[in-house]
Design a protein around this ligand. Structure first.
Ligand code: NDP
Length: 484
């Protein structure tokens, strides 16, 4: 007898044939009663869930976070206590491309991590850059629209991109990163990850701190030049997905050194930069990064769709010891990520194996599409019949005082909050001569696309002159803009 299992319908009933539909005679029409055929065709039509509007193309792996240092004076979060080991999942991605787009394009890379902690899931949903293009979620959908496709011809359009960026000077820091070779990483293994936002940490005594996360690649930073990245577009659209999968399959386990910058809670009020502005870093000299542990990837997914495409990360998953900051972009993302999952996967997305926490769930949320694990009675709180009850003590420290007028304004209380100072520091103090040459040629190449208008080119030059005069002059020369 064959070892092969018998094919079945999805209801487990033995299938009549792997090849032949049921027909009336050899040339007769097919029968509606062929349930096996109908089920196959109908299910095929429903194979795709809506792709992510952003970060559609990606890949991931499982791993472990190991804490080697003692930061219990800053946070009581279980996963950051000395010696803690926490299983995790990462999803790397490009931002603007669609599901089948090429990995090597110029784009920030998503760096989304889910930690399956004893206290529920903690998700750190960052990028390979420490900053972002905008600082207010009001502009997010407009920004993404400018990076995606036109309404009329469905083409991506560099004019649209520069139009948005030059009218949004807060983008200059992130666009600077994007136009260096860090905008085209060699692989996902060879890039740093940043939590990007500022988060709140609080310790067992309820004392508070602000933190930023840095995951420094132990493989070393390695990037592609613009030409190398362009060439790869034509050769292998899945180069980063393939690299990660093959590396882990070979038994090599990429790792990152995990660091945090810690700011005393009271410093935030009169720090020279707004510490909650996602377009800014905290200079290392002000708040030196502290190493807290190692994060290693050691296991490939076994089923891409089940474990990566349906993986749902949300910055709102914050465990006791960690809280949100007033970073406006973070505040917007706290809503928009779980909302995207409810739309893409359905309201019970957290019940899927890859998304569900390792600890027991005692929630009063019930029913809805695909309710696989439904809570028992009682179905309401408060109750007198022994249902789950919240423990506010766990969250002591997750609170701070805020007062002020309700406004819509960009005004800031911090003295160095201009949009160009930090990208200028990147250009003047951090980049090598080669880095600068590549940044100029990447900007010039990108802004030389046929659709970029003469007016936009002038604004591109002005934008970069605001960052740094020499940089702007070199861009002007490359673009052939008057006044070079
Ligand atoms: P530092 O000289 O202390 O740090 C500069 C940091 O820049 C490095 O530690 C490194 O961080 C990063 N870096 C090095 N080479 C490159 C490169 N080619 N492209 C992009 N980043 C690079 O200076 P500051 O902390 O005062 O920051 C100065 C500028 O450096 C900032 O305005 C910002 O543009 C950039 N930067 C700062 C970071 C921060 O968190 N303070 C992080 C990254 C960049 P890493 O090891 O994280 O790559």
């Amino acid at each position: 007898m064959s070892e092969r299992p018998t094919t079945t319908t999805d209801a487990g009933i033995a299938a009549p044939s792997d090849e032949h539909s049921q027909s009336i005679g050899p040339n007769g029409p097919l029968l509606l009663q062929d349930h096996y055929l109908i089920q196959k065709m109908a299910h095929f039509n429903r194979e795709r869930v809506p792709e992510r509007v952003v970060h559609a193309k990606g890949g991931g792996a499982f791993g472990v976070l190991e804490i080697t240092e003692d930061v219990s004076q800053y946070t009581k979060a279980g996963l950051f206590q000395p010696g803690a080991r926490t299983e995790s999942l990462v999803r790397f991605s490009t931002v603007a491309g669609e599901l089948g787009s090429a990995d090597s394009g110029r784009d920030p890379r998503g760096f989304a991590i889910k930690f399956y902690t004893e206290d529920g899931n903690y998700d750190l949903v960052g990028n390979n850059t420490p900053v972002f293009f905008i600082r207010d979620p009001q502009k997010f959908s407009d920004f993404i629209h400018s990076q995606k496709r036109r309404a009329d011809n469905h083409l991506r359009d560099n004019n649209m991109q520069w139009d948005f960026w030059t009218l949004s000077p807060e983008s200059a820091h992130q666009v600077s990163f994007l136009m260096t070779d860090r905008g085209t990483p060699f692989s996902w293994r060879h890039m740093n990850g940043y939590g990007s936002h500022t988060f709140l940490w609080y310790n067992a005594a309820g004392e508070k701190f602000w933190v930023k996360y840095h995951f420094k690649t132990d493989q070393g930073i390695k990037n592609l030049t613009g030409e190398e990245a362009d060439a790869l577009l034509a050769v292998d659209a899945d180069v980063h997905l393939r690299d990660l999968y093959e590396t882990i399959k070979r038994g090599e386990h990429p790792s990152w050194t995990v660091q945090v910058q810690v700011m005393p809670f009271e410093d935030a009020a009169d720090y020279r930069f707004n510490p909650f502005d996602l377009t800014k870093v905290w200079p290392h000299a002000d708040y030196p990064p502290i190493t807290i542990g190692t994060w290693t990837l050691n296991r490939n997914p076994e089923n891409y769709f089940a474990e990566i495409e349906q993986a749902s990360f949300e910055p709102a998953n914050l465990v006791p010891g960690i809280g949100a900051s007033p970073d406006k972009m973070l505040q917007g993302r706290l809503f928009s990520y779980p909302d995207a999952h409810r739309y893409r996967i359905g309201p019970n997305y957290l019940q899927l194996p890859v998304n569900r926490p390792k600890n027991a769930v005692h929630s009063y949320n019930k029913d809805g599409a695909m309710a696989f694990v439904n809570p028992p009675d009682p179905v309401y709180a408060p109750n007198t019949v022994g249902g789950p009850a919240a423990d506010p003590e766990l969250w002591k420290g997750d609170s701070y005082e805020v007062a002020g007028e309700i406004i819509r304004s960009a005004y800031t209380l911090h003295r160095e909050d201009d949009d160009f100072g930090q990208p200028r520091a990147l250009w003047e103090k951090v980049l090598s001569d080669t880095d600068r040459d590549h940044m100029v040629s990447n900007i010039v190449g990108h802004a030389s696309a046929a659709e970029v208008t003469a007016d936009t080119k002038k604004r591109v030059v002005e934008y970069w002159r605001n960052v740094q005069k020499d940089l702007g002059d070199r861009v002007a020369k490359g673009l052939g803009v008057n006044g070079a």
